[in-house]
Design a protein around this ligand. Structure first.
Ligand SMILES: Cc1cc2nc3c(=O)[nH]c(=O)nc-3n(C[C@H](O)[C@H](O)[C@H](O)COP(=O)(O)OP(=O)(O)OC[C@H]3O[C@@H](n4cnc5c(N)ncnc54)[C@H](O)[C@@H]3O)c2cc1C
Ligand code: SF4
Ligand code: SF4
Ligand code: SF4
Length: 387
């Protein structure tokens, strides 16, 4: 005997109160229950109509992103929005044909379905590269070019950047850079935690008023907390203005670990010219022109434990953020966030320091996908290979 889906009473299938939904008949005990069902059904139909083809996500994705990793809170919103889903053995389960309409995915409180939820607030997104011929950066050299523009224009007194230790190559050395030469020397990425906040405090103690600060998302969060928390050191401090330049970041590894892996292949850090992490590979370029590629998994045991719990790819609390993902090789993806970040970047472009073009939808999609991987899938390493 069928069950009235609204009041859950058993009803006869010869009842006159019947409604057809998704090609399936539903039986009701009264016109009131039938009407309640139809009102809800109409809103599901409206929602389905409203979702674009790109947003039509199947139950499989809800299962992969939320149910399988154990993020599901068992709220039942997915089951309430589709007849094909039931809660069984403490988990949402598909019990009918999924039409990949996307409705369940958009009801789930644990999915992140807005751009802002994935990469924070942005004004504009660009692909950019340095227009300074001698400049060598990690991607497009845009961070370094922006710092040079700000210094040349007198907008900043100094920049907190990360250079390599002179004694131990590729060991991160945060510094207070006050000259063009120091800024130029700091270009490139070092894949180990850098204690940039020590250098920031040192800049403030040296009496610097206007400071550009470059750091990974967690570095930016530290500055933001110091600025915003009523117990933060910078909260009640009147003298220094900090422009926060955030670097996209998926992970860092201990300096000793990177050294050990490379040495196990007979490579010395002193011979390394650049390192890049791309599509699940760790690439090492030597000064003699040789290139070596390793599986990222070879460095797994040296990954900083904090990175496994980090959900911010793009430095959401910065004034402006920079990363490699999204843009073509040799270009930097730039997310301009605050008015200050946007204006200084735009001025640097107008003054000929940087070349920039708007990021296309496809390019931004790559950033969003990687950000989603970091947030929703809590950094499932095997998924990075597809990014
Ligand atoms: C640890 C780390 C992980 C990253 N992971 C990703 C990623 O997964 N995906 C992605 O798209 N982009 C990632 N990036 C960002 C990317 O590598 C580039 O920094 C970014 O694209 C800017 O390139 P650029 O050529 O414009 O910068 P450049 O002009 O080369 O300037 C780079 C700036 O980064 C600073 N810097 C270098 N190492 C560190 C460090 N350890 N801590 C703080 N500051 C540092 C330097 O001081 C310099 O100012 C990562 C960067 C770092 C440092
Ligand atoms: S048909 Fe049901 S299970 Fe499939 S996507 Fe739509 S709401 Fe989710
Ligand atoms: S809507 Fe999301 S959190 Fe709620 S039961 Fe379904 S999968 Fe779990
Ligand atoms: S992954 Fe997160 S915690 Fe780890 S270095 Fe990057 S920003 Fe910091």
């Amino acid at each position: 005997m069928p069950l009235d889906p609204i009041c859950k009473k058993i009803v006869s299938d010869s009842t006159e109160y019947v409604s057809d939904y998704g090609g399936k008949p539903y039986y009701f005990c009264s016109p009131e229950c039938k009407q309640k069902f139809e009102v809800l059904e109409k809103s599901v139909i409206r929602l389905k109509r409203n979702l674009s083809d790109k947003e039509k996500i199947s139950f499989g994705k809800l299962k992969r992103d939320i149910i399988k990793p154990g993020i599901c809170t068992l709220c039942g919103a997915c089951a309430a929005s589709c007849e094909c889903i039931t809660i069984e053995d403490g988990k949402p389960k598909l019990v009918g044909p999924c039409k990949a309409c996307g409705v369940c995915y958009y009801q789930c409180p644990r999915t992140i379905t807005t751009e802002e939820g994935l990469i924070g607030n942005i004004r504009y997104a660009y692909a950019a590269k340095s227009a300074i011929p001698e400049l060598k950066g990690q991607d497009g050299g845009v961070v370094t070019s922006l710092l040079l523009y700000a210094l040349d224009e007198g907008l900043i007194d100094c920049a907190v950047v990360t250079s390599q230790s002179k004694e131990e190559p590729w060991k991160p050395m945060p510094i207070v850079a006050k000259t063009r030469e120091e800024i130029l020397e700091s270009g490139g990425s070092i894949y180990s935690h850098s204690m940039t906040l020590e250098a920031l405090m040192s800049a403030i103690k040296q009496g610097m008023h206007s400071i550009a600060f470059v750091g990974t998302s967690c570095n930016i969060d530290a500055v933001t907390k110091m600025q915003k928390s009523s117990h933060g050191l910078l909260h009640l401090f009147m003298r220094a203005k900090v422009l926060k330049l955030g670097l996209f970041c998926m992970d860092t590894f201990s300096y000793e670990g990177i050294k050990a892996v490379l040495e196990s292949y007979g490579l010395l850090l002193g011979d390394v010219d650049a390192m890049k992490i791309r599509k699940g590979k760790f690439e090492v370029f030597l000064k003699n022109g040789e290139a070596h590629t390793f599986e990222l998994s070879e460095f797994d045991e040296y990954r900083s434990s904090s990175c496994k719990f980090c959900t911010d790819l793009t430095g959401e609390n910065s004034d402006i953020s920079f990363g490699g993902v999204g843009s073509p090789k040799g270009w930097t993806t730039v997310l301009a966030r605050s008015a200050m970040g946007y204006e200084i970047f735009k001025e640097a472009v107008d003054s000929g320091y940087i070349e920039a073009k708007e990021l296309t939808d496809n390019e931004l999609e790559k950033v969003l996908n990687l950000a989603k991987m970091k947030k929703v899938q809590m950094y499932a390493l095997h998924m990075r290979e597809k990014a």
